[in-house]
Design a protein around this ligand. Structure first.
Ligand SMILES: Nc1ncnc2c1ncn2[C@@H]1O[C@H](COP(=O)(O)OP(=O)(O)O)[C@@H](O)[C@H]1O
Ligand SMILES: [Mg+2]
Length: 278
């Protein structure tokens, strides 16, 4: 099943284990307060869509969860360890168990797609023979929906959509249970974006992934997200299934969901039983 989730809440789902738990998060840059007492849980096995206006701190939240930025205050637990601890063992645990597709893609431009995918494998499994590593990279390239011959191409030889898939292949290199995607469909045309959404949903179901998905793409929300968290006013102002969120009485939410783009995406989501139309 790849369609939008039923709006009827499943009573079992509220008890799901939190794979990520953020409490009282504070992030400041000089005078600027980006997060001020932010709380959020990500449940095992869900696709959580994270939305909010530009500059509301979505990427900073992701970096804090990954332990790439030390917040000014708050508690963050990821896969049972303290992301703030900063000790080598916790770092390794988070690194080994998370795949990340950063906002800018961030592939090494001088390495082929295959070499890019092998970077985390080399770092975490140095004992693997080269031929195995190549085979594993090939598997991930195919899993990400790229043709096999993409493995020997440079990022500059690929289209934008293919580069995103290459980044996804690298994010999946270590078979992580937890996947972070920062604006993965930004810059893709509607058909490419739709296909990428579909791929994420398929992989999430086949591999049992938990996905933290930052997006401002309304179609993505309607097509594949189980729940949505809204960042505004320096915190998560609401989190829940879309039908709850879209009726929220908050100025940003009203404007976002009830503008013409919101209406179109909702209608497409309702019409389609597969991935939403664009
Ligand atoms: N390294 C940094 N130094 C200073 N300011 C930063 C840094 N990273 C992010 N910011 C600021 O924090 C705010 C939130 O950034 P970001 O998380 O990237 O927003 P978005 O929600 O668009 O992803 C922005 O105003 C940004 O300018
Ligand atoms: Mg961002």
């Amino acid at each position: 099943m790849t369609g939008p989730r039923s709006p009827i809440p499943d009573p079992d789902r509220d008890d799901r284990e939190a794979i990520i738990s953020v409490r009282g998060l504070v992030n400041r840059f000089g005078e600027q307060v980006v997060h001020d007492g932010l709380d959020l849980d990500v449940r095992r096995g869900e696709i959580l869509g994270v939305v909010g206006g530009s500059g509301t701190g979505k990427s900073v939240l992701m970096r804090s969860i990954l332990g790439l930025r030390t917040p000014d205050a708050g508690r963050i637990e990821v896969l049972g360890v303290d992301a703030r601890a900063g000790d080598a063992q916790s770092r390794l645990h988070i690194e080994r168990n998370t795949g990340v597709l950063f906002q800018d893609g961030a592939l090494f431009s001088s390495l082929t797609v295959g070499e890019n995918v092998q970077v985390p494998l080399k770092e975490h499994n140095p004992e693997l023979p080269d031929s195995w590593r190549y085979e594993l990279a090939l598997l991930k390239v195919k899993l990400a929906g790229l043709p096999a011959d993409a493995i020997d191409k440079l990022p500059s030889q690929l289209s934008g959509g293919m580069r995103k898939r290459a980044g996804l292949a690298r994010a999946l290199a270590l078979d992580p249970p937890l996947l972070f995607l920062d604006e993965p469909t930004a810059g893709l045309d509607p058909i490419g974006a739709n296909a990428f959404d579909h791929l994420i949903r398929t992989l999430q179901q086949a591999l049992g992934l938990t996905v933290f998905l930052i997006t401002h793409d309304l179609d993505t929300l309607y097509a594949i997200c189980d729940r949505v968290a809204v960042l505004a006013d320096r915190k998560v102002v609401a989190v829940g299934p879309l039908p709850e969120i879209e009726n929220l009485d908050h100025p940003w939410v009203r404007e976002y969901f009830n503008g013409p783009r919101g209406r179109a995406a909702r209608e497409a989501g309702n019409r389609e039983s597969g991935v939403g139309n664009r």
